[in-house]
Design a protein around this ligand. Sequence first.
Ligand code: GFB
Length: 320
Amino acid sequence: MKKMSKIYVAGHNGLVGSAIVRKLESIGYMNIIKRTSKELDLRRQADVNTFFEQEQPEYVFLAAAKVGGIMANATYPGQFLYDNLMIQSNVIEAAHQYGVKKLLFLGSTCIYPKRAPQPLKEEYLLTGELEPTNEPYALAKIAGIKMCSAYNREYGTNFISVMPTNLYGPNDNFNLETSHVLPALMRKIHEAKMNYALAVDVWGSGEPLREFLHVDDLADACIFLMKKQNSEDIGEFVNIGTEEEVSIRGLAELLCDVIGYDGKLLFDVSKPDGTPRKVTDITKLRELGWRPNKPLSDGIIQTYEWYVENVVKNERTAEN
Ligand code: GFB
């Protein structure tokens, strides 16, 4: 990938796509193509083909997806399945049709079986039943992995897939109905502090274990893989994570420390826990030559500053 190569970042406004664009621009990539979902609906195959025919991208980061936390997955299972299958199928097929040199497809560690051994190794894919709260999303992502590897076999393409663990960082979704746990608890704890509330509501038992990767680390890993590795080096896909886990209770306590809130945590067990544990094995990624470098506490401090500067201030301005 050269500094003037034509690179399409699908989903450039999202958490992942925006981090990839930030990183690419910061290291001198000048020729990045972006389209909002209003300008190009990736669920429409003819429009996607026209776009690829006109733009002829050489490299594609496929970060466009319908994503959300445990409640969004449960509330919109049809949209999660349809939108993701359509977006990824159209982009992967067009990348093949129009001769893209390399494509990187982003999945998620929810592709692994609910009761897979931990830490999760790549070979555990399709060895058991999926976690029901995100089965439609996981099935779409598994189809994406299989489509990339099938196209590599059948057409000789160079399409690679990566499975990031739970992500967080700037440009995350802070909507309490649809967000993931880290931004949701950041918002709830911040608002509790500002309103002098005595307690914060945390969904589930607080016992599930999760691993959190800062999205700037993910972007760095994706660009590293795009530049240096091919599908035959990577195999079907590679995990991207930190191998460090924290309970939801532990995460809430860490957020309370960073935000400066000393009220109570109230666990609402009427809400789902989801998968009990999800920690990646990143041996393969280390062997390929990459390792994470942002500790969770530093990443949370940086993300909280971003949240206050961007989300809180904008909402205050909109209210006035
Ligand atoms: O991040 P999250 O929504 O999704 O929830 P998953 C993780 C855990 O945090 C669950 C708990 O046990 C939630 O019950 N939790 C506690 C909360 N308080 C809250 C809250 O206020 N909001 C939210 N959202 N959770 C998603 C999948 O699973 O992870 C996706 O649904 C995707 O498909 C994504 O794979 C990475 O980690 O359970």
